[in-house]
Design a binder for this molecule. Sequence first.
Ligand SMILES: C[S@@+](CC[C@H](N)C(=O)[O-])C[C@H]1O[C@@H](n2cnc3c(N)ncnc32)[C@H](O)[C@@H]1O
Length: 227
Amino acid sequence: MAHSVEGHLNLKIAEYDRRIRTLVYAYDEMRLEHLKLLDRCLPREGGLVLDLGGGTGALAAAVAERFPTIQVQIWDTDPAMLSFARERCAPFGDRMKFVEKSFASPLPACDAVVACIALHHVKDMNVKGQIYRHIFAALRPGGIFANADTLMEPRSAPRAHYFDVWSAFQQSHGISNAEARQNFATWAGEDCYTSLSQEMKLLAEAGFPEPDCFWRHEHQGVFGGIK
Ligand SMILES: C[S@@+](CC[C@H](N)C(=O)[O-])C[C@H]1O[C@@H](n2cnc3c(N)ncnc32)[C@H](O)[C@@H]1O
């Protein structure tokens, strides 16, 4: 039976959408930046966008809505997240595909690759470099890779500043400083935040002629390159 609007999954999507905006700094600003960059680089008709680690499908749905003839593939290894995405993206019918595969796999030819707070799950920079090489190989000339993610400094003073800013942001959403610090400690177990210079180096090594940070505010950035 199809899920009702108030079905379990939809409630969870609503809860995810609300909660992610209390935890992740500049989540909506990064979405707007993604759409602006795609507007600049996608063909006027058709085209394929890959959303790596697309999770609940929020970015993919925004892309499908903004570009009515585009095809979007969401790549994610978590079947529960893909099930969220299927529910959310049902209105876009067969323009959306849900690929239960690691984003470290070779990728199909496409016009753009996007990712939002997903590639920081890659801890090994050799693996990240390989992922960027796959992305570069998959893009058509003129195609864009735009990754929205946390950028962290190895030096302690700027790093402390960014975590203070991030904590203050969470506090503005009713989370205490202690809870925010606990969030960072918990996430450190599975997340690996890179610096902008590390990212630029990996992108250049993958073949991007002019790797770029398209947008940045404090520790959040949208960066990548145009092939
Ligand atoms: C924090 S969520 C972000 C979801 C979504 N992009 C967003 O902006 O809300 C990270 C996603 O990356 C996915 N992920 C982690 N490692 C992955 C891998 N190796 N291949 C594909 N997806 C992966 C997780 O399953 C999860 O859905």
